[in-house]
Each structure stands twice: as structure tokens, then as C-alpha cells.
Design a protein around this ligand. Sequence first.
Ligand code: AMP
Length: 553
Amino acid sequence: MKYSDLCKYYERLEETTKNLEMRDIVAELLQNVSSDDLDIITLAAMGRIYPSSVDKDIGIAGKLIQRIISKAYGATQNEVVEKFKETGDLGKTAEYFCKNKRQRSLMKKDITVEKVFRNLRMLSETVGSGSEGRKESLVKELLVSAEPVEARYIVRTTIQEMRIGVGEGTVRDAIAKAFDVSSENVEEAYFKLIDYGEVARIAKEEGEEGLKSVEIKVGRPLMVMLAERSESLEKAFEEYENVALEIKLDGFRGQIHKDGDKITLFSRRLEDKTEQFPEVVEWARECLKPDRCIIDSEIVAVDGNGEPLVFQNLSKRIQRKYDIDRLKEEIPVQVNCFDLFFVDGENYMNRDLRTRWKKLSEIIVEKEGKFRLVEHIETDSMEEANRFYQKSLRENQEGIMVKNLDAVYQPGKRVGYWQKVKETMEPLDLVIVEGIWGEGKRSNWISSLMLAVRDPKTGEFLKTGKMATGMTEEEFAEITEKLEDLIIKEDGRSVKVKPKLVVEVGYEEIQKSPKYKSGYALRFPRMIRFRYNKSPEEADTIERLKSLYNKQN
Ligand code: AMP
């Protein structure tokens, strides 16, 4: 296809902002190209050079393209910069200088879409010393042969700023319209191929049946499932009939493909990160029993004791392409497997989570502290769910995932089969004013603790709810020891204590409540740590509680 013909579509697309119109224009474009060109034209419709499954970068920045424009059209760099300031668009800048060029090109010839793709794809292969010069000539070659409008889109494609508003959704619907197939099947096929170009060719040549029979290929990344954010654990918990809860670790998504001895690791954005994590490759070979499989995991950095660390530590490893062996020692990781796509020829994405989890547990040989199943419980008890949540927070994890055990693996969209529950509230420093001696196993401890905020006007401590979770056995013992010395009144198992002991408390929400004198109650308060450095006069005040309540609502 001639590039100038493609540009006519680009111009029409740029003129409209209506989704349906855009879909129709792209559908018309797809119908008017040969099967051979369909791959690249589908990508071109989105202004892309590669499908998302290909982890390659053209690597041309604004400064370089300005220099190329100036060289291609005999303008000074300053003139280019000035025009760019005026238009705010490097594409239009190139178009302007192309129209008004001082150098007549002797190389005028029609450019094809294929030629544009060839040159731009070569950009990503061009690395190392002298690469800038070679990149320059690849783009310049296109620009000197281009008509003004072609220059506009060549430049925009090069810097990956198309400004025509065609995204994946438009292309999905355009393929469906152009080849009379359903958008759902187009999308399903896309999740497995991550290449709308290939999907379009299948839709055209093999129709609906072809799309349906697209198979998962080990070694090629799949689109992953995402979670919705839930307001509260309770809400998330009530959403599904059968619930699984998992720790939500703060790491990076690792999609691990095993094909015999060959292991490939993809990130959430489907970039190939295999080389950065040689130990993960080694463990996957060792710990995944099937010959061929694809699993979903969260890879976290761990400290010397094997405890997960926050994400920042990991980003170095994800980005770095050299010194890998040193970084491997400096920032050790742990793989936490939580889902399954494919095992030995069988697609598990259409099975429910219960089945996937069971199979996942069967195919993994855990390697202590290194390669394991994520912590996962299945329960219908809200209390147990809350305990699990509190535990995850105590362990400094992000929170938990609440998952529908009856749901399939639905990639790409936030469909509500998984929900993440995270702590967002700022913790409060509160004073313990009352307690209740526990029963059974807890009978040696004052285990239910009434928390209070300070009223700076009266010096009074105003109750704001009871806390019974978040403490370890050692902390219960420590609290009991401290409170015993502070008891001012005992009534059966209840004790009243001098307001002295300050603790940092996390919670899910602040609610208005007539039950407590402060007028507010904390939902699911949990102990974070002792605040021995704080006196009760330094505890949080009723004003702060009020303002946090207002902020939250
Ligand atoms: P967010 O990035 O906040 O949308 O949360 C979703 C991300 O949490 C996923 O992409 C995973 O990388 C990560 N994650 C951590 N633990 C789990 C888990 N147990 N199940 C699913 N995703 C998890």
C-alpha cells in the first residue's frame, strides 16, 4: 500500500473524535488492503510499529528528530525549534518544512507503508556506537522522499505520538465490522496473540471459527487479568459466593512460560525480562513439573531473612541489562505463584479459579523461600478473612486480593473477578483506656483494648472503638504487663486503666458512631506498633480524627 493512501485515512481519523466514525474508517481501511499488508496496516492504524507482544523500542527522542527534520529539509535547528514551539507538534513542524524546503529532492519516489515500517523497525535494531547517525539516515531517507502530509505522519509514528485517537478498542471493533465477526471473539484471540495484525488476518481468512480456534503458544506472552479496587474487605468479601483470599505482594508481575528447558519471563506489560532474572529461570526449570506450562506470579525482592521488601528495591533489577550477576546477589527475589494459564496442551483460562489453583498446587515443587505458592486461603468466614487481612498488613504487605473462586481467568479487563483491598487510611496514635481479660487461650492477656483520642480542650480521652487484632502473642504479653501496672478499676473481666500507653493503630475506615464519646468508631482497628516515645499528651486529638473522617468522605 502506498503510504500516501494510508495518510488519507489518517487525515480522516484526525478530523473526527466520534468513536463509531473512527471504527468505520479503520474498518474501511482494513477491507481495502491485501492480506499480505493486513498485519502492518492494522498496527499502522494505531500508529504502532510493533505489536505489544514485541518488546522493542524505536528509541528516537524529540531532540534527535528535530535535528533530522532540519537536515532533511535544509532548515536551521533554531527554525525547527521555533516552529515546534508554535505548533506544539513535531509532525506538523516536519510538514511545514517539507512544504517549504530549500533543498529540492532528487530522490522523489512513492513511499510504501512497508518501506516506512522497514526503516522504522531498523531503528530499534540500531544500537551501539555510531547508532545515532545510522538512525538519522533511516528517518531522513523517508523524509526526503515524503510529501508534506506523509512527513507529518512519519514523524509522529517515529516519536510514537500519532494524535489520531485510534486505540485497541477501535481496532478490535473495526476488525469485527470489516470481517463480520464478533468483537468478543476478536478480543479473545487478541488475548492469546497480543497482535491485532495477526488477529485481523485470521478474521479475514478464517472468520469466526478461525478466531475461536486460536491457541495459546508457550513462549508468547498472554494478556493478564487485573483486579478492581474495593472500598472495604467486607464489601469485596460479600461480592462472591465462594471466596479465595491471597496476600497481595508488592512486587512485579511475572508470567512464566516453560517449554521444555526454555523458560521465558514476561512482565505485566508483556516485556521480556528473562535475562534480568537468571535465578527465576533456574528455579522455574526445577520447580515446575510439567514439560510445558504458563503460570502467573508475583516476584518480590526479599531481605537477608527472606522477608519481602517494598517494590523500589526491585525496580533496579527489572530495568538493568548489565551487572546482572551482582544485582542477583544484592537484591535476591522470591517467586510467588498464584495462577495458571496453560499446562501440557490444556488451556486453563476457561476453568474456574478453584480448578486452576488445585492444578497449580499440583504442578509446583516448592523451593523454600524462593519459588512457592502465594499464601492462599478459602473461607466463608468474614472474621477469618479479616484476620488474614490484618496479618498481611502486619507483615507490611500491600493488603490482600479477594478472588472469586468460581470465575474464569479473564485477561485484559478489570471485570471484577478479583478485588484488591488495601489500607489507605493514615494511622492514628491512640491511647489505651480500658481492656478486657481474654478467655481460653487468651486468659492470661488483656486482649480487647479500648482506644481513645485526646480532647485537648478538656484533657479527657474519648473512646473510639475496641481493638483485638494485629498483636502478636509477645505483644499481647507486653501490653498486659504494661496495663496491669496502670489498672485503676476492675469489674469482672473488665479493667479501666490510666491513659498512658500509646499505640499506633491502622484501620479500614472511620465511621460516625453514637456508641462512643468521641462520636466516631474505627472499623477493624489493628495494632501497628507501640509508641513508647509518645506521651498520652502527644496522642492524636479528636480534631485530627474528625478531619480524617471528613477527608475520607
Ligand atoms: P494493582 O497493581 O494495584 O492494580 O494490583 C494488581 C497487581 O497486584 C497485579 O498485577 C499483580 O502484579 C499484583 N499481585 C500481588 N499479589 C497478587 C496476588 N496474590 N494475585 C494477583 N495479583 C497479585
